[in-house]
Unconditional design. Structure first.
Length: 163
């Protein structure tokens, strides 16, 4: 649900991260939460990353989801430049299967938090759900839609295995 006034910013380090990060967009769209998606590289266009982080709150964003691989600097750089919650989604990599990305995000210095999720698609979906839970603290509409999502998810689990 891309919007003129998004509540959640979804950013990624490169085009190759799009397949994973679409899971965050789809989950937020299902919950009716406005969002925007951009490709920003902490290494290749740092000025744009810094501008995005510095202006995020004044533009109306409430949470930022940042996906990155390898050095996975993007979530930390953004977290250093904004007071908003930053949720990091590590990308799977060829070198270490994404453990390099995960550890880069999880090992932030004290004072610069990045809420780090699982590697890959599950992490992107869970980042969207965590962003929704954060928004739900102050928005009854989001809270109701998140409750309905979880109820639907719970009802989709069969109590008896199919034969």
């Amino acid at each position: 649900m891309a919007s003129d006034s998004p509540l959640v910013g979804i950013i990624m380090g490169s085009q190759s991260d799009l397949d994973v990060m679409r899971n965050a967009v789809e989950t937020l769209d299902e919950l009716g939460i406005s969002n925007e998606m951009k490709i920003l590289s902490a290494h290749r266009n740092p000025e744009q990353v810094n501008e995005y982080a510095a202006t995020a709150r004044e533009r109306g964003l409430k949470v930022i989801i940042a996906g990155a691989g390898m050095a996975a600097a993007l979530p930390g750089v953004v977290a250093a430049g904004t007071p908003l919650p930053v949720l990091g989604v590590p990308m799977e990599t060829r070198v270490m299967g994404g453990m390099d990305s995960l550890l880069s995000m999880a090992q932030m210095p004290g004072g610069i938090p990045v809420g780090t999720l699982a590697i890959g698609k599950a992490g992107a979906k869970n980042a969207a759900l965590l962003a929704a839970a954060i928004l739900a603290l102050g928005d009854e509409g989001v809270a109701g839609r998140l409750d309905a999502f979880r109820k639907k998810q719970n009802q989709a689990i069969a109590e008896v295995p199919a034969k």
